[in-house]
Structures are given as C-alpha cells and as structure tokens.
Design a protein around this ligand. Structure first.
Ligand SMILES: Nc1ncnc2c1ncn2[C@@H]1O[C@H](COP(=O)(O)OP(=O)(O)OP(=O)(O)O)[C@@H](O)[C@H]1O
Length: 245
C-alpha cells in the first residue's frame, strides 16, 4: 500500500501552549484512521495542521514523498488533494446544494461545469441528497447539511478525506445518517482520517486507531488492540471514563 501522507516530528505551539509534540504517523491508500482522545488533547489541531489550516511549528508533512512545508511547495495545490469536513458544515448559504458542490472544482481546479455537475450529482446521490439539489443550506437539517458537505468535499476528488468531529454539532437523531454515509465511504475504499468521539463507529470502521493524550500519540493500533487490549494505562483510563460518561 502506498503512503499518501506521512507526518514526521510534527509540533505546534500556540503562545506558550505546546499543543502537539513530536507527532509521527502516516496514512496509506485505502486506510481508515480514527483519532480519539480527551477534549483538548490536540486532535483537531493535528487534523488542521495536516490540511495546513494551521501552520505547524516544526516537523514535516509529506504528501506522496514531498514535504509540503518546504518553501518551494504550493500549499493550494496540496490542499486540493485533501478533502475536509468540519463540525460546523461551512456550506455557502448564497448557493444551492448543487452550487455548493460545483463551485470548488470549477473555480479552484478549473474543471468544466458539465463534468463537475455530473460528478456532484453522483456524490449527492451517494450521500442521499440528490433530491435536494436546488435547496439552500438554510432549508436543510443539520444531518442533511453535513451530507452535502461530504458530497462537496468528494466532488473535489481528493486523495484523502479528513473529518473533524463531523457529528458533534448534530442533534442526536441525525448522527446516524451521517455515520452511515461515512461507513459506506470507508467500505468503498476511500482513504480517511477521522477525529471522533463516536467510539463504536471508530471501532467498527477503522483500520487503525490513534489515541492522543496531552499533545502526543500515546498509543496506536488496530481497533481490537486499542479497545480490547490497550497497553497504556492512560488509554485504559480514557476508555473507562468514556464508557462511564
Ligand atoms: N487557534 C488557537 N489558538 C490558541 N489555542 C488553541 C487554538 N486552537 C486550539 N488551541 C488549544 O490547543 C489545545 C488542543 O485543542 P484541540 O481543539 O486540538 O483539541 P481536541 O483534542 O480536538 O479537543 P476537542 O475534542 O474538545 O475538540 C487546547 O488547549 C486549545 O485551547
């Protein structure tokens, strides 16, 4: 399996707060990785660094072997390979559903409108939102908006999709529909890095679990290793606390 992203010795500091310390991990084609850990452990910051939404303080992010933090590398080009879905959907309310999905590929990637619309319709169908192409985001439920946000990211034809707590802002009854779409994507072979508090989902869909604690990767392994047989005391404590809560 070829490596798509490799993070080496990554660090991130906000003022005097060292949020990420010497992070090393990689994702290969077709892999699904879930990042779990307590609130404030640095999960979202790590994902945002991978997408260059935050400037890492040190280390390397390699995309197919090239360090994207090197001066000569074009960050816009790199970002076009990385899809991201946020907690808060971030759809454009002045555009309808189809417009939300086509604006990026047409304006940023310079793709043809006809080709992009066909692709967008395919992905909107995949997430069960094809019937809503003319709706505005404000007319949709949170779960529907998040499914459109997923279709929008997919229409950019990314190499890897990052999900930053995609169900945290949803009413409980809408969590399932978004997780179902993500399960289907994972089964389809899409490469995914997911920050989530949905433990059951993470256990079921992931090839690997990364457990973060206080800015470091405390433990990493298969779902079986992490959930049934964690080696680190802090992993056990987190899971016990989580299951009780
Ligand atoms: N833009 C920022 N400026 C200053 N501090 C920040 C910024 N973004 C994050 N932090 C700090 O970095 C630390 C890690 O935050 P982060 O959001 O990455 O954690 P998390 O594990 O994703 O938490 P949660 O599960 O609650 O989302 C926190 O102490 C947070 O206050």
């Amino acid at each position: 399996m070829s490596e798509i992203i490799q993070v080496k010795h990554l660090s991130k500091t906000f003022g005097t707060n060292e949020v990420l310390k010497d992070i090393n991990f990689s994702v290969s084609e077709g892999e699904v990785i879930s990042i779990i850990g307590s609130s404030g452990s640095g999960k979202s910051t790590l994902l945002r660094c991978v997408n260059l939404l935050e400037d890492p303080t040190g280390g390397e992010i390699n995309y197919r072997g090239d360090n994207v933090l090197a001066r000569k590398y074009n960050p816009t080009k790199y970002r076009s390979h990385i899809g991201m879905v946020f907690q808060s959907f971030n759809l454009f309310n002045n555009l309808d559903v189809l417009g939300n999905c086509t604006v990026g590929p047409v304006k940023v990637l310079g793709k043809s409108k006809a080709e992009t619309e066909a692709l967008a319709l395919k992905h909107l169908e995949q997430v069960g939102m094809k019937a809503y192409i003319n709706a505005r985001p404000s007319q949709l439920s949170g779960g529907q908006q998040q499914r459109v946000a997923i279709a929008r990211a997919l229409t950019m034809q990314p190499d890897v999709m990052l999900f930053d707590e995609p169900t945290s802002a949803l009413d409980p009854e809408m969590v399932g529909e978004v997780l179902k779409v993500m399960r289907d994507l994972a089964n389809s072979g899409l490469t995914m890095i997911i920050v989530t508090h949905e433990m059951e989902f993470a256990r079921d869909v992931s090839d690997r679990i990364v457990f973060m604690d206080k800015g470091v990767i405390a433990e990493e392994g298969t779902p079986q290793e992490i959930f049934s047989n964690p080696k680190e005391e802090r992993t056990k404590e987190f899971l016990t606390r989580f299951l009780k809560g």
